[in-house]
Design a protein around this ligand. Structure first.
Ligand SMILES: Nc1ncnc2c1ncn2[C@@H]1O[C@H](COP(=O)(O)OP(=O)(O)OP(=O)(O)O)[C@@H](O)[C@H]1O
Length: 728
């Protein structure tokens, strides 16, 4: 009966876990060994490395055991091993191991937890083919293929094993943590895992203690391992450089911004938050232009070169803003002669009333998948690039280059739906979320996909500030018909950061008119904002209620797996060898948003190139030391307690008190959650700092808030605010 226990368990896990988590952690595991004793079952599972073993144990151990127990109809004990270690030394007969509920591991200084307990030698980049498979995540519906892949190799059943007397769960989940106590950082990791183990075991206390089996001493596992997937080939980006899509020429930085000051004072005054369209290529160009300089520099110049690179990135962002402002003079696609004139196309162009776009010739199949994200653009395009046909849509920001994950799953699905049936459901589509989470990328992806579907579609992307500028200019020139003709005739309007309309009455009026005109003729509108419609301030309710009338979807900060996948994908496109543990290290320490992840990756790559050293944890730690030390300095549990107490208007003392009314207990749970998310403290350490609470209380709070965050928009918003406040 137990022969297919693991396969059936896989099916349940595939159904219960978010797809990306399943694909990242569970699917690549080789089939488990199942050993049955009359009263209980033991399942032996191998993870490819220690990091994964510990992560799977702490994050999924309890769930796996529960699911398998339900399927088996008897208690199931999960044993997790490191693949190589287990194969090299067949498991001896398990001896009873005492399992302290919370091992007394040393509390270390607030250093960074290193997710890879044993970093490889500096010159040995490690590529885990299993992990690399993340880069090629299957589409929705792949669960069945995932499980059927696993069903090729059946879990085996062994019967007749003798029984053991000790309770199994604490033993299994707390086992094998001792090596982690070697360093304080690892000790904290171990403490967390042990705390999780203890918590899990406490929840499974009603399992009959004598019901679990021991294994026969001479029964080493034999298993059929499916061949590991081949590592994704790392193609040098330079091979494809000539084939990269053309990008807009960069404007003259010294030129004055073209938008004239408006008497109505409605002209944009705030700095543009989302400059992705042009900023990203520019930032990429900045990195690239720093590289040759750095390449010829002495290794001692590395830090200077990196700051130069950062300065260049900043300059290019400013330049991008200029470029966007310049585009105000040419809100419509420039006529071809102007675009190819070799001067700044934005300046040469004359505003045209209708925005019509055409897809440029599709790249050859070999390059189609290469659409490199912004980080990876290594060169400035020639000024004669034919930009006019694409207008403001960045051809690099496509669905192909957008890594999917739980954080953007809904938004991405909705966006694909818009492409599939524009003007149909979900109109308008309102995407919101914190900075750098991919909102701009996603609406460009919609634009690109739409143009690919319908070359003659009239599609316009613009930042809200560009719309404001347009309104101001037409107001000054009294050319409202032009404005109407331009916007009301679109098939798809993609407008970024609509929170910038705040307080701009005339702009809101015009946008309202455009909105009504477009929706009534079944043209589609996709908007982004930093908050949900009802959270927008100083925007007329008749607009915000319309924003909310289609589909409103949040984009969340990416979870660990997604951050790793993004890093691996961007590094791969860069043609750079990124060991998996380095990706984990960066992803664990840079959590805020994708833009920061990109920045961290860019630094590491530059550091490696300038110093001619291979990328490993030590180099990464060195390259990111400023970033990491700032994080450590700024975010302490005390800081979190104070910030949360201020936010919810309770006393700081309530963070340590035993009071239980929900007006106090809830902020306290939120503070515990943030402490776990934003610091390197272990659960017991956090419990101690919250008035000596047990680690299980902290774990409960962390899970509760994490789960609720996905369902409760208001809580999610509050957490965003708190996180941004804490990050400064
Ligand atoms: N899921 C993802 N996969 C790959 N790249 C991503 C993803 N999400 C974001 N990025 C990249 O991160 C960078 C920032 O994304 P983007 O500009 O779209 O963020 P945003 O949400 O619009 O931020 P802001 O609110 O500051 O404008 C871009 O280079 C984008 O390509």
């Amino acid at each position: 009966m137990q022969t297919d226990l693991w396969d059936r368990g896989l099916e349940r896990l595939a159904a219960e876990l978010p797809q990306q988590q399943f694909n990242t952690w569970i699917r690549p595991l080789p089939p488990a060994d199942v050993t049955v004793d009359g009263a209980a079952v033991r399942v032996d599972l191998c993870a490819p490395n220690r990091f994964k073993r510990d992560w799977i144990r702490s994050q999924f151990g309890e769930r796996i055991e529960r699911i398998l127990s339900e399927i088996a109809g008897m208690p199931v004990r999960l044993e997790l091993h490191i693949a190589g270690a287990r194969e090299a030394a067949p498991a001896p007969a398990p001896a009873p191991v005492p399992a302290p509920a919370s091992p007394p591991l040393p509390a270390g200084p607030p250093a960074l937890a290193d997710p890879a307990p044993t970093p490889p030698p500096a010159d040995t980049p490690v590529h885990d083919p299993v992990q690399m498979s993340m880069l090629d995540l299957p589409p929705a519906g792949a669960r069945s293929s995932a499980t059927s892949a696993a069903s090729g190799a059946r879990a085996r059943t062994r019967a007749g094993a003798r029984k053991v007397a000790e309770p199994a769960t604490p033993l299994v989940l707390a086992a094998d943590l001792s090596p982690l106590a070697e360093s304080p950082a690892l000790a904290r990791l171990a403490a967390d895992a042990a705390a999780a183990a203890s918590f899990i075991s406490s929840r499974l206390d009603d399992t009959p203690p004598a019901a679990l089996p021991d294994l026969p001493a001479a029964a080493p596992a034999t298993r059929t391992r499916p061949p590991l997937p081949k590592p994704v080939p790392r193609t040098a980006l330079s091979e494809h450089l000539p084939d990269l899509p053309d990008l807009p020429a960069l404007p003259d930085m010294d030129a004055e911004p073209p938008v004239e000051p408006a008497p109505s004072a409605e002209a944009p005054t705030r700095p543009v938050a989302a400059a992705a369209v042009v900023a990203s290529p520019a930032a990429g160009a900045a990195t690239a232009s720093a590289a040759p300089a750095g390449a010829s520099a002495r290794p001692t110049d590395v830090l200077g070169a990196i700051s130069a690179s950062a300065a260049l990135a900043k300059a290019s962002a400013a330049l991008a803003r200029r470029q966007r402002a310049s585009a105000e003079d040419s809100p419509s696609p420039a006529p071809a002669p102007a675009a190819s004139s070799g001067t700044s196309p934005a300046r040469a162009a004359t505003p045209a009333p209708i925005v019509a776009r055409q897809v440029p010739p599709a790249p050859a199949p070999a390059q189609a998948g290469l659409a490199a994200p912004a980080l990876l653009i290594p060169t400035v395009p020639p000024p004669s690039a034919p930009t006019s046909t694409r207008g403001r849509i960045n051809p690099l920001l496509t669905f192909d280059t957008l890594v999917p994950g739980r954080a953007n799953q809904m938004a991405r699905t909705a966006a694909l739906h818009v492409v599939g049936s524009p003007g149909g459901m979900y109109n308008p589509l309102f995407l919101y979320g914190g900075v750098g989470l991919g909102k701009t990328h996603l609406i460009h992806a919609v634009g690109n996909a739409m143009l690919r579907e319908r070359a003659d579609a009239r599609v316009l992307y613009l930042h809200a500030e560009q719309f404001i500028s347009d309104v101001v200019r037409n107001y000054q020139r009294k050319t409202f018909d032009e404005l109407k003709a331009k916007y009301h005739s679109l098939d798809l309007l993609l407008i970024d950061d609509v929170q910038f309309f705040a307080g701009k009455d005339r702009t809101q009026e015009e946008f309202f008119n455009a909105f009504e005109a477009l929706v009534s003729k079944r043209a589609h509108i996709v908007m982004t904002s930093d908050t949900y419609p009802k959270g927008l301030v100083d925007i007329d309710e008749r607009l915000t209620s319309r924003f909310d009338s289609g589909l409103t979807v949040a984009i969340e900060p990416p979870e660990l797996e997604m951050r790793v996948a993004i890093l691996m994908k961007k590094a791969e496109a860069e043609g750079c060898a990124m060991p998996e543990e380095v990706a984990f290290f960066i992803a664990k320490n840079v959590r805020a948003n994708v833009r920061e992840l990109e920045g961290a990756l860019r630094k590491v790559v530059a550091y490696s190139r300038f110093s001619h050293k291979v990328i490993n944890i030590a180099l990464t730690r060195e390259a990111l030391k400023d970033l990491l030390s700032i994080q450590n300095r700024q975010i302490s549990v005390e800081n979190i307690q104070k910030t949360v107490a201020d936010f919810y208007k309770i006393k700081i003392a309530d963070m340590y008190s035993k009071k239980r009314p929900s007006s106090i207990a809830r902020p306290r749970q939120i503070a515990m959650y943030l402490a776990k998310e934003m610091t390197q403290k272990s659960l017991p350490e956090i419990g101690e700092l919250f008035g000596g609470r047990d680690h299980t209380t902290v774990l409960y709070a962390v899970r509760k808030i994490a789960e609720e965050r996905h369902k409760n928009t208001e809580l999610n918003q509050q957490l965003h605010v708190l996180e941004q406040t804490l990050k400064g």
